[in-house]
Design a protein around this ligand. Sequence first.
Ligand code: FAD
Length: 534
Amino acid sequence: MIRLSNIKLPLSHDETALTDAILSRLDITKEQLVRFDVFRRGYDARKKANIFLIYTLDVETNINEQLLANFADHQLVKQTPDLNYHYVAKAPEGLTERPVVIGFGPCGLLSGLVLAQMGYKPIILERGKEVRERTKDTFGFWRKKQLNTESNVQFGEGGAGTFSDGKLYSQVKDPKLHGRKVLEEFVASGAPEEIMYVSKPHIGTFKLVSMVEKMRAKIIELGGEIRFSARVDDIDREDGQITGLTLSNGEKINSRHIVLAIGHSARDTFEMLHDKGVYIEAKPFSIGFRIEHEQSMIDDARFGPNAGNEILGAADYKLVHHCKNGRSVYSFCMCPGGTVVAATSEEKCVVTNGMSQYSRNERNANSAVVVGIDPSDYPGHPLAGIALQRQLEGNAYLLGGENYDAPAQKVGDFLRGNQSNELGKIKPSFKPGIKLTDLSKALPDFCVEAIREAIPEFNKKIKGFSTDDALLTGVETRTSSPINIKRGADFQSINTKGLYPAGEGAGYAGGIMSSAIDGIKIAEAIALSINSKV
Ligand code: FAD
């Protein structure tokens, strides 16, 4: 097929406009056009009153070769690349040792699925419960403040992104189109088809839950095995090679190919790995608050007269400000039309995050507003970033009233340095609840200073961002992993062969898509490693 890029059409174009644009770009007749697919649809909203849709199209004509020759020097007319995923290997006959995947989040899921599709029959171990049980536990915490430390927003089938906005885009380089394989698997398991072509796809919480179940069934059908409530508490190493692991019930499983896809909240497992001598370094991450505004205000600020347009949906934003004190403040994991959620996995800690449904039709928009920090802020020990997270989360628990309510403050009060005593127009969406307080006590001074500088700057881009009544809730500490479990070019730990640190927790991804893509890369590396030894 022929790929046509950067076809700009008005937001409200009619059905024939795409065909007309193809005929015009290629200078062909209607009879020469066989069919076309939309590969990507984005939008340009820099001018609110004049928003454009931008298409990339894959076109089939009955004179493809001739057109490709005619347009050989044209940057926006190219041959469509091969979009199919090609498995790198096939499991050898009589394979005796099965690869093990620890963790069933996006990384473990795609790693396990692709290993199963290649015939390697992986064993997948997940400390949390299967997704329906996990949903009950998670909602139970939000409604009744009963935390299950093994089954919550962070732990359980589907991983950390299951109760989320389900944003499915990432900025990682993806020359082998692994991301497309991820999206295809999601669609095959019930995700809306549009995720294949919209520029900022998202799925929302409830759809994610049923997709994860379908993907689990597929892995089992292919000979894989998935065990829940199966926490890995120990690993065995011999001469720098991993040989097996021990579960919390004492059971031992032998394997020389183990994927470590444990996410960024498995602090006990990080400690165990460090104690066992697996090489770990501290890495930068970010800390801050969630901010809530009315979604209608964000829609107006971003889309003006086009606010509410069905194709555009609820507006998002992405903001960054470099502060005088050398820190950067940025918006993170913005959830249009969603809710702020309690995301702790540890007792006596308060952590915020955000989620939404596919419809994104809740009243408030929320986003993290976070400050980048790095190991010079928590020097001395590879796991010192975890200690800092715990300290801030424990402090937020105290500020929130020691009952899992989150400390919160109106933006106006935060900027002026006054404690909030009553809510304004923005009603908090955080469950179980919030306690109004002085959030400057929740973060180190340099972070408070940086966020106080950034919010008025953000107001220059999103009018109303610094409105007095907008609400801050704290603390946002689990933005990414505070550690990096170093791996080499062969994807194996640099001092523990056969151990494949992967996904967000090991420091190789950030978000659902990049974690899933990393999972596929790891599956490929394991398959090639196993086959090279047969
Ligand atoms: P995880 O998803 O964290 O999965 C790790 C799994 O390993 C967990 O299920 C855990 O239980 C298991 N595990 C840990 N230790 C052990 C052990 N010792 N033994 C056995 N199992 C273990 N990203 C986006 O791209 N878009 C979003 O909209 C988005 N929204 C989010 C909303 C929320 C509320 C949260 C918490 C996160 C959100 N994220 C979002 C981030 C995203 O979820 C993560 O980047 C992604 O899930 C990381 O994938 P992963 O597979 O590496 O790790």
